[in-house]
Design a binder for this molecule. Sequence first.
Ligand code: COS
Length: 379
Amino acid sequence: MEFGLTDEQLALQEAARRFAQEEIAPVAASYDQSGEFPREIIQKAWKLGFSSTTIPEEYGGGGLSSMDSCIVTEEIAWGCAGFGTSIMANDLGLTPIIVAGNEAQKKEWLSACASEFTLIAFCLSEANAGSDVAGMQLRAEKVGDDYLLNGSKAWITNGGEADLYTVFARLDSSTRHEGICAFIVPADAAGISHGKKEDKMGQRASDTRVIHFDGVRVPATQRLGAEGEGFKVAMRSLDRTRPPIAALATGIARRAMEESVAYARERKAFGQPIAAFQAVQFMLADMAKEIEAARLLTMQSAWMVDRGLRASKNSSIAKCFATDMAMRVTTDAVQVFGGNGYTKEYPVEKLMRDAKLMQIYEGTNQIQRLVIARELLRG
Ligand code: COS
């Protein structure tokens, strides 16, 4: 068993860390305040190979492994989780093409995304079907060789900024998951419109919207997999993208711990730095041990994805543990900072707001527990 990173991975980590320190962290608070989308910085991340990372080399991509992608994601999230989510959502949007695209689709769409900056959004959730994917209502109607999409998606990351969508729609209303299809849909297709950017508690730099599909015509050549396979395409995609979400949460928590250590060394009470008090030391020690555990679970699930093993249980364990951990660690970081931690003058209240979303998106942590329990009980 090898716990160390390779020389290439250390170089990748160092490059991503520098990018997060120099390009993201200094502007994170201002994007958090304005809620603007940092398109130029995201594009720069793409140019440097930190976004759309998993496109295989044969289609012109960086061909990074899931492990590599987790290494990058932790660093970017250290800089700002909203940036991390925008970058990660891009890879999530691409994943259905990687897992279910035929050769012609991969050549056309993955190559295009590798050669030109393209933002992608994964359109799965709906206002009344978030956890219950099989309950989606967006309709796909077969008309000749095409499909007509009608309905709306909700909570779509990169929704208003994306150039390309992967969309899940219901062909057969008499079934549940058996009636769902997956499609590749350019964002400029006639009939697509989007709602306002959601005014979120945290991760405010990321763009989250409702997308409306009003008679959007999609040729059959843009269907991913067979008719009725869309649900499984979504599940297989999420198995692969939950390890980077765990890495994102680990990055938020690591930032909170580092800020807490620095503050505890400086801030004085009763005539000495608060780092001298065991009450504070224990909080810092708990942060460190939980972050280490989350990172190891993340690496284990990424390792499984990279070996083509079914990673559902381990991806859900990593996602659930790391995101609950980020919530605990950032809450304790605010506690270490005391009253200062509750103000926007200091960085930890943003980290706590950003961490909350991690327990909700990419499958709530209640859904992760359901997946883990089902995998255990399946025998
Ligand atoms: N890989 C491959 N196939 C899978 C799978 C996976 N990870 N998970 C489930 N399946 C298959 C099942 O084997 C079953 O196949 P058969 O009908 O051939 O036996 C089928 O898919 C249906 O699975 P299941 O019965 O478990 O579906 P449910 O409707 O009970 O829902 C949950 C399953 C709740 C796990 C699913 O809806 C889910 O993941 N929800 C959360 C969605 C989410 O993460 N949203 C975030 C959006 S992206 S920000």
